[in-house]
Design a protein around this ligand. Structure first.
Ligand SMILES: [Fe+2]
Ligand SMILES: [Fe+2]
Length: 371
């Protein structure tokens, strides 16, 4: 699989056009005392007055006049000069390679960014750690193993999209800012599950080679949209459904609270990914085949990942309420699996991707080993 590479010459761009020499302007200013003020005549649309709404001054409140127009193609200068400013010819290019709006845009990006900023939480302060009580060994082992898996997978959703973020044209700043909040969310998820593993007499369990393989494939995705399908639609969609069922998995109120808070964050990430794919597939319907190929691979790895004891058994023990209720736990896990597949396919429908005829994930958990 190709990896993301930014060549030095792309980054340098038109840098050579900037002259680094002593300023004649300052000399003149000190001699004459007369300001230049030419910059006052070089600006974007002037005289605008953005007004705050009930929730303050949000990004959508400053989408006024020409500032509210998102171009289909980002500025060819490829610098970080702000969209809507007067942009001198000699600004140096940063070599952005995602320059078409359809390659990264989602109409909900600005709102999701605002929501993310408003709903940041602290794993140190907002989780009632002091209420954690010792659990029976089987439940603590199961919860710690699940936390090990989640700690393992959470940060890919920061590491992978931000590789592409730095390649996106700055005119799509709303998307980049949203992805920055996603990175912060994932840092918090990684930290909260690690803290949980260490907070109640357990510790970290066993890492999973198959989970690592699925992360590597996300990291190596050939395009941002392909990565979005693997990560936002399938991977994060999977954990979103899981967290949504957190009250049936969590062995304590503290664990419930962890799942509940992570769920709110994940729903933003999945919401962005689904909307992005919808916009992208509308613009480039023939991309569907590439997305299908990615999902064929991602689904088959996911099936393998959830066919090993260290992932199947902790969930059954947690959902059943202990190893003595393992059968009941497996039954509940089957229901959860059905819901995961169902919601994933609904997201594909919503994104405009006809995945149902091709999906490799059986609705019935008991059929996983036949897949
Ligand atoms: Fe996460
Ligand atoms: Fe996420």
């Amino acid at each position: 699989m190709p990896t993301v590479q930014i060549k030095d010459e792309d980054r340098i761009g038109s840098e050579a056009k900037i002259k680094l020499e002593p300023s004649a302007y300052l000399k003149k200013l000190f001699e004459t005392g007369t300001p230049d003020l030419g910059w006052m005549n070089q600006h974007g649309e002037w005289g605008v007055r953005a007004r705050p709404g009930n929730l303050g001054l949000r990004l959508k409140d400053i989408e006024i006049g020409s500032y509210g127009v998102i171009p289909d193609r980002g500025g060819e200068h490829r610098s970080m000069a702000p969209r809507g400013a007067a942009i001198p010819e000699e600004v140096p290019s940063l070599g952005f390679s995602i320059n078409d709006k359809a390659e990264c845009w989602a109409d909900n990006a600005a709102e999701l960014y605002e929501e993310a900023v408003a709903r940041q939480w602290s794993s140190a302060r907002d989780i009632p750690w002091n209420e954690l009580k010792p659990l029976p060994d089987d439940l603590e082992h199961a919860m710690c193993q699940l936390c090990t898996f989640l700690t393992e997978v959470e940060f890919i959703a920061a590491d992978a999209p931000t590789r592409w973020m730095s390649r996106m044209n700055q005119d799509f700043l709303e998307v980049k800012m949203f992805l920055a909040t996603q990175a912060m969310d994932e840092a918090r998820h990684t930290d909260v599950f690690r803290k949980r593993a260490l907070a109640n007499g357990g510790g970290l369990g066993k890492a999973s080679p198959l989970a690592q393989l699925s992360l590597k494939r996300i990291f190596d995705s050939p395009s941002f949209s392909a990565q979005t399908a693997r990560l936002h639609l399938l991977g994060e969609g999977f954990v979103l459904t899981m967290f949504r069922q957190g009250e049936f998995i969590a062995p304590s109120r503290v664990d419930q609270e962890i799942f509940r808070r992570c769920m709110q964050d994940e729903s933003r990430h999945v919401g962005y990914g689904t909307m992005h794919l919808r916009a992208q597939l509308k613009e480039r319907p023939n991309l569907a085949e590439e997305i299908h190929d990615q999902l064929d691979d991602a689904e088959s790895i996911l099936l393998q990942t959830f066919s090993v004891p260290e992932l199947v058994e902790p969930m059954a023990i947690l959902m059943g309420g202990g190893i003595d209720h393992f059968d009941k736990g497996m039954e509940l896990q089957s229901q959860l699996w059905r819901r995961i597949v169902n919601e994933y396919l609904q997201r594909c429908d919503s994104a405009g991707l006809e995945r149902r005829p091709r999906c490799l994930l059986p609705a019935d958990f008991a059929n996983l080993f036949e897949a």
